[in-house]
Design a protein around this ligand. Structure first.
Ligand code: F6R
Length: 262
C-alpha cells in the first residue's frame, strides 16, 4: 500500500482530485467507482473546479457507486443518488446513461445485485475505485464480520454506522438500517484503489487497516492484499501509524525520483 500523508483535509482532497484527473488523462474512458459521505466532498468540489477550468473531461467516463440506502427513493435528499447529483454529476459533463448507482427501491434484491455485478463486468471492470473509511473499519458498507470475498448484496448497518450517519438526518430513527453495497470481493477486483481518510476519529481504525492483521473484523484490512492501493490520509488520521516516518520518507524519495534527481 502506498501511503501519502497530507497536512490537512484540503490538501488530501486536492491530491485526490489531481490523482483522478491524471488517471482520466491516461484513460479518458475510465470506469470509476465512487463513494459518498463527508470524506470525498471536497475532492468532488475540486474535480468540478478542474472541469470548469477545462482541465478534465468526463464525456467518455462511466461511473458506478459503492452503495445506496435500502428503502430510499432516488430523489430523497439523503439518498446517495441525490448526493452524487448535488456534489458532482450535475456540475460535469458525465453522461447520465454512463452512471449507475444501486437502486434502493428494488424489489428482487438478489437478482438486482447480480445484475449490478454483471454491469460492472460488462463495462470491463473498475479502473479506479474511490473509498472512504468507516470508524468501524468498513469500506462500502461492509461492516465488521463481512466476508472478505463478499459481493454486492443487502447489508445491515451497525449501530455505530447508524449513529455516525444520523448527522445527515433529522432524527436517528430516520436512518435506514439496510443498504445495498458492493462487497469486499467486488472492491478488490478494481484495478486501482484510492482510499481517502481524514480526521483524528479515524486514526485508530486506520492504524488497524494499514498495519494490523487482515481480518473480517476490520473489513478494510483486506486492502493489504490488493496490489495497487493508494492511501491519502491527513496528519490527524495518520497520527497513529507506527511506520509514519517511513511512509513520509518513501514519498520524499518518490518525489525526488519523479523530478529526475535520483
Ligand atoms: C459511502 C461509503 C462509506 C463511507 C464511510 C465514511 O458511500 O461507502 O463507506 O465512505 O462510511 O464516511 P464519511 O466519509 O462520512 O466519514
Amino acid at each position: 500500500m502506498r501511503v501519502i500523508i497530507t497536512k490537512d483535509y484540503d490538501e488530501m482532497s486536492r491530491k485526490a482530485a489531481e490523482f483522478i484527473v491524471k488517471e482520466l488523462k491516461n484513460k479518458p474512458d475510465s470506469i470509476l467507482c465512487l463513494a459518498t459521505g463527508t470524506t470525498p466532498v471536497s475532492t468532488y468540489k475540486e474535480l468540478v473546479r478542474l472541469y470548469k477550468d477545462k482541465k478534465v473531461d468526463f464525456s467518455k467516463v462511466s461511473t458506478f457507486n459503492l452503495d445506496e440506502y435500502y428503502g430510499l427513493a432516488d430523489d430523497h435528499p439523503q439518498s446517495y443518488h441525490y448526493f452524487m447529483n448535488e456534489h458532482l454529476f450535475r456540475h460535469i459533463n458525465l453522461k447520465k446513461s454512463n452512471s449507475m448507482i444501486p437502486d434502493g427501491k428494488v424489489k428482487d434484491i438478489e437478482k438486482y445485485c447480480f445484475h449490478y455485478e454483471w454491469e460492472i463486468k460488462q463495462k470491463g471492470g473498475i479502473d479506479l475505485q474511490l473509498l472512504g473509511l468507516g470508524r468501524d473499519g468498513h469500506v462500502g458498507f461492509n461492516e465488521p464480520g463481512s466476508s472478505l470475498g463478499s459481493r454486492t448484496r443487502l447489508k445491515t448497518l451497525t449501530e455505530e454506522t447508524v449513529e455516525d450517519n444520523s448527522r445527515f438526518f433529522k432524527k436517528k430513527d430516520e436512518v435506514p438500517r439496510y443498504v445495498l453495497t458492493m462487497g469486499i470481493g467486488t472492491i478488490m477486483e478494481a484495478k486501482k484503489i484510492l482510499l481517502l481518510v481524514s480526521g483524528e476519529n479515524k486514526a485508530g481504525v486506520l492504524q488497524k487497516v494499514v498495519e494490523g492483521p487482515i481480518t473480517s473484523m476490520v473489513p478494510a484490512s483486506a486492502l493489504q492484499m490488493h496490489r495497487n492501493v493508494i492511501l491519502i490520509a491527513d496528519e490527524a488520521a495518520a497520527s497513529r501509524l507506527s511506520r509514519k516516518d517511513y511512509y513520509v520518507y518513501v514519498e520524499k524519495m518518490q518525489e525526488r525520483h519523479e523530478k529526475g534527481e535520483i
